[in-house]
Design a protein around this ligand. Structure first.
Ligand code: FUL
Length: 518
């Protein structure tokens, strides 16, 4: 009897515990009525997704060097040397690059020489004592932010962490009293900034306020860039004001692509382990990387330097188009430098070539370009094709229609544990096609790692396209010139009755948010 009572008591205890455990389970594992796929980590921060969507934007190197002819000012230049010959016109910069299909820009407002293009409270080495009235009046970050907002363009600033003018450089006071405060001043020029740009900046030879300076030779001040700039606090402080501002380079939220010539690896993962010194990792990312660290390619649109120099010329629109294919088309972003001249404007030949680039992007890849309408826009043949997929994820939300609905938040996908899939596009009559564009919904991580493209002219015989290219990663965006060449990419195209994309391997079930064929 006693035994029975004990058993009854234990049973009574177990029931509520059992019920509790079940309740707990229910709250811990949220219902997944939509059968949404799990993210494949690492995944981007929301601000990195917004940044990636900017895709193609300008770099404007302008400042003291524009007037000395140098690329790296020493820091000993008198403020009066900065003497624009006309009123600097950032609105002209912004509208010119908008006509090239760009979605924003970054203005250099302090280069390594330390001269600030705004009336900063942190140093007297700024425009207040510039050598012309235009120079004293034009607050570049203010005008640039205003112009960008007016023309619906994204904007941000380049501020060199290395400062060859500041006597504080190399000491703690530089970081706390100069650099962080300058970044905060700049953040205050617009809470909607999309990127702040910091180069490698390890220090070196410089004027440093005249300490140890004799006969034009200064001191060497080197720092450990990985700890000196107090990046964790810098990031936090800038994000208080500008929450969507990605901190590039030493800021750790986007990585250098490893060259300044305008190309990324054909294989390009948006992940790395950390900021690496290895250029092949910079160019291709790392499939096993555990930090979301997407690539940005900084390239010069002109021959020669980053700053304006007499006689340097912008490359042809075709060459710039190639850079676009090799960066934006390979899961990186492209920040293309066009330097304003001593009048504070982009030279006319640059403006003309940028407009020609805009026309190429619009007519070949349907890039939206201000001022150009659908009459000159490339036709997206994915929209007129009958699309067949061999698999569709259960749940009713991952249908093939999401591939062509123009909405990047919807996607097609396959079931968990499936790593392959085939998408076939068929046209009533053959179409002349040249480019394939694919996008993954990166908020769920970068997944696809191998694919193959084939076409058929008669609908039954298949030929593989661009077998010479690494058809590996997709990521935020992949643009494949179907003839396998980025340099002579337009060509005659392929007369296709069918186009077949076979995803051959993926880190997790493959998903695609967008598909275009031009
Ligand atoms: C580099 C700088 O040293 C160059 O002068 C230029 O500004 C380039 C974009 O970044 O690190």
């Amino acid at each position: 009897m006693k035994k029975n009572l004990v058993s009854l008591f234990l049973l009574g205890m177990m029931v509520p515990f059992g019920a509790m455990a079940q309740l707990q389970l229910k709250t811990e594992v949220p219902a997944n009525a939509d059968n949404a796929p799990l993210p494949c980590h690492p995944v981007p921060h929301e601000r990195q997704i917004l940044w990636n969507e900017t895709e193609f934007y300008a770099f404007f190197h302008y400042g003291m060097n524009t007037f000395t002819g140098r690329e790296w000012g020493y820091g000993d230049e008198a403020e009066s040397i900065y003497a624009p010959l006309g009123m600097p016109d950032p609105e002209q910069w912004v509208t010119s690059v908008k006509a090239a299909g760009m979605k924003g820009g970054i203005a250099v407002v302090k280069h390594h020489d330390g001269f600030c293009l705004w009336p900063t409270a942190t140093t007297t080495h700024n425009i207040t004592d510039a050598g012309s009235e235009y120079g004293r009046t034009a607050n570049i970050p203010l005008l640039f932010a205003q112009a960008s907002k007016k023309h619906n363009m994204k904007y941000g600033f380049y501020i060199s962490p290395w400062d060859r003018n500041s006597a504080h450089y190399g000491k703690d006071t530089y970081v706390t009293e100069v650099f962080l405060r300058q970044c905060e001043e700049l953040a205050a020029y617009g809470s909607d900034q999309f990127e702040m740009w910091f180069d490698g900046a390890r220090g070196g030879d410089g004027y440093y306020g005249g300490e140890g300076y004799a006969n034009g030779v200064g001191e060497n001040r080197n720092i450990d860039a990985s700890i000196y700039y107090d990046i964790p606090n810098l990031r936090w402080r800038v994000h208080q004001t500008a929450p969507n501002c990605v901190m590039w380079g030493v800021g750790g939220e986007a990585r250098w692509i490893g060259n300044e010539s305008g190309y990324a690896g054909e294989t390009d993962w948006a992940m790395t382990d950390h900021d690496t010194e290895d250029n092949s990792i910079r160019g291709q990312g790392d499939i096993n990387g555990w930090i979301w660290h997407p690539g940005e390619s900084d390239a010069k649109a002109t021959s020669g330097g980053w700053f304006w120099h007499q006689g340097e010329w912008i490359h042809s629109a075709e060459r710039l188009f190639q850079m676009y294919l090799e960066t934006v088309g390979r899961n990186a972003t492209l920040i293309l430098n066009i330097p304003p001249n001593q009048y504070g404007v982009l030279p006319e030949h640059s403006v003309n070539e940028l407009a020609a680039l805009g026309r190429l992007l619009h007519s070949r890849l349907a890039v939206p370009v201000y001022g150009l309408d659908e009459t000159t826009e490339a036709t997206d043949y994915a929209k007129t094709a009958v699309i067949d997929v061999d698999k569709t994820r259960a749940g009713g939300k991952y249908e093939k229609a999401n591939l062509t609905d123009g909405d990047n938040s919807t996607y097609w996908g396959v079931d968990d544990f499936e790593h392959t899939a085939t998408i076939t596009l068929t046209w009533d009559t053959p179409q002349t096609i040249r480019y394939l564009v694919m996008q993954e919904p990166i908020k769920l991580g970068q997944r696809i790692k191998e694919f193959k493209i084939e076409y058929s002219e008669d609908g039954s015989t298949w030929t593989e396209l661009c077998p010479n290219m690494q058809t590996t990663t997709v990521g935020y965006k992949r643009i494949i010139p179907l003839n396998g060449s980025t340099s002579s990419s337009y060509g005659n195209g392929y007369n296709a009755k069918k186009l077949r994309i076979t995803i051959e391997d993926s880190r997790a079930c493959p998903l695609l948010s967008n598909l275009n064929v031009y």
